[in-house]
Structure formats: structure tokens, C-alpha cells
Design a protein around this ligand. Structure first.
Ligand SMILES: [Cu+2]
Length: 162
């Protein structure tokens, strides 16, 4: 079941400062946007484990890269992969404590059941650090997070326009 109380959840999101944690607002903070499947130039496999860890939990990409994340849940419980700023993920984590049954489906996040694999295509449009985390209750606080370092120089081939 996606959202047990969709109307309540939506009104809570809109009426609180936690609205900052959600997808549209995160895009405004420059973490990037949904990538075009035709422009994928990196493929990264990430495993999620019941030890509350992502593997790998540190990545490096170049500004402008369109990355296909192939996210596998190797555990026996649900995990999520959510990209965002550190601030947005922290706020969203607090929000999830009040709404533990809420699940998400947006461009920058995916919820993956045990033994399943899901994909996200994301383009990193600004240099800096973008974080990812699992926002299942308790997982972020147990350390289930990681970071993507986005280097400032554009991907060399992207400006060549062959
Ligand atoms: Cu998790």
C-alpha cells in the first residue's frame, strides 16, 4: 500500500516547514534533476543491507553526469534510496518519524522491497556534495546514508557534441 492516509499526509507536508524536504523543493536547491534515459553516461550499482549501510556509500561523479543507479536491496526488510541535500534529508527523516507508514515515489527516491532491484536516473547539475539516505524509520539514525561528490568540471565529452 502506498499511502495509507494520503490526504492527511499531503496536508501535513504542505503546511509545515518539512515541505522543504520534498522532491520539488530539493530540485530548487540544485542537487540535480531526473535524468534523460538517452543520456546516461554512468552506471552505479548500490547495495542496501540490513546492517543499515549502503555499499558503496561514497561516490564521485562529474557535474553534468547522468547516472543510472541500480539499487538492490540485499536485506530482509524494506529500504529506501533518497537523494537530496543534507538539510533536506535530515528534515525528511524527522518528518518520517511522525509518519512512519508513509512511502515515497518521486524522481529522486525509490523504496525497494527485500531481494528487489530498482533504478533511478539522476543528472547532477551542480558541483558540491549530494547526499543519499534511507528514510525507513530508524535507518538514517543508524547511519544508513552516503554521499556523492560532484566535481566542478563538466564531463569532457558532453561539450564535444560529436
Ligand atoms: Cu534502510
Amino acid at each position: 500500500m502506498k499511502l495509507r492516509t494520503p490526504i492527511l499526509a499531503v496536508s501535513l507536508c504542505l503546511s509545515s516547514a518539512i515541505a522543504l524536504a520534498h522532491g520539488d523543493e530539493m530540485k530548487d536547491e540544485g542537487v540535480g534533476q531526473a535524468g534523460n534515459p538517452q543520456q546516461i553516461n554512468r552506471r552505479v550499482k548500490i547495495e542496501m543491507r540490513d546492517s543499515m549501510r549502503f555499499s558503496p556509500d561514497k561516490l564521485k561523479v562529474k557535474k553534468g553526469d547522468t547516472v543510472l543507479f541500480v539499487i538492490h536491496n540485499a536485506g530482509a526488510i524494506n529500504h529506501e534510496f533518497v537523494l537530496g541535500t543534507g538539510k533536506a534529508l535530515k528534515a525528511h527523516n524527522e518528518f518520517m518519524k511522525q509518519n512512519p507508514d508513509m512511502e515515497h515515489d518521486d524522481d529522486n527516491m525509490v523504496s525497494v522491497a527485500p531481494d528487489q532491484t530498482a533504478e533511478i536516473i539522476w543528472q547532477f547539475s551542480r558541483s558540491g556534495v549530494v547526499y543519499f539516505a534511507c528514510l525507513q524509520p530508524g535507518h538514517y539514525d543508524a547511519g544508513m546514508k552516503g554521499r556523492v561528490s560532484v566535481s566542478g568540471s563538466e564531463h569532457k565529452h558532453s561539450s564535444a557534441k560529436q
